[in-house]
Design a protein around this ligand. Structure first.
Ligand SMILES: [Zn+2]
Length: 196
């Protein structure tokens, strides 16, 4: 084997190692729960894929979760279910939309106009005391949300390490103020970072 082709094989192997998929299950047409390792970091994706010439390509419609962030989502599923029930029951809207922070720029929001759950990334325009939704996100109708939760349970059964994944830990208040996971928009927008 020549040196050149050996180098090529080593490079290809390295690329393979950079991205490993542990779990990938479709929960609604084109929508997947997947668990993979990319550049040494584990991520859980809840994302829509596009079929391009027989190949599934990830789209921007979705959200990425670190194992810690996934635990935050799991801890809030009951609360989200309750909100969906409230809307389905036709309870009068209090004018306050349910929105909960999952980690970094990602929030779960209940959309009472379309009745469903939005898993979406937000951003803070400079100099404004508000955060705005980006296009990077996924809308799930209640039945899609239900089947997504079933897939998450399958994922946890196969990968129990995710059940005990570490959530954010800070040595002190200063550590919290510096944390991009908990306060992605900085302490000035602390209220925005938490529930609104
Ligand atoms: Zn944190």
């Amino acid at each position: 084997m020549s040196e050149v082709s050996e180098q090529k094989i080593v490079k290809e192997e390295k690329t393979m190692q950079d991205s490993i998929t542990y779990f990938s299950e479709e929960f609604a047409p084109g929508k997947f729960v997947s668990y993979s390792r990319f550049k040494g970091q584990n991520f859980i994706h809840i994302r829509e894929y596009q079929n391009v010439e027989g190949r599934l390509i990830p789209t921007k419609r979705g959200a990425s979760f670190t194992p810690g962030r996934l635990r935050v989502l799991l801890a809030k599923t009951d609360e989200i279910d309750e909100q969906l029930k409230l809307i389905a029951s036709g309870a009068p809207c209090k004018g306050v939309q349910y929105k909960t922070h999952l980690g970094a720029g990602i929030y779960a929001a209940i959309d009472d106009k379309f009745n469903g759950v939005n898993l979406r990334r937000y951003w803070a325009p400079e100099g404004q005391a508000t955060i705005l939704a980006t296009k990077n996100g996924l809308f799930l109708a209640p039945f899609q949300w239900m089947s997504m939760k079933e897939k998450l349970n399958e994922l946890l059964a196969k990968h129990p390490e995710l059940v005990i994944a570490e959530t954010c830990f800070h040595q002190n208040q200063l550590g919290l103020l510096d944390c991009h996971e908990c306060l992605p928009f900085g302490w000035m927008l602390m209220d925005m970072n938490n529930e609104m």
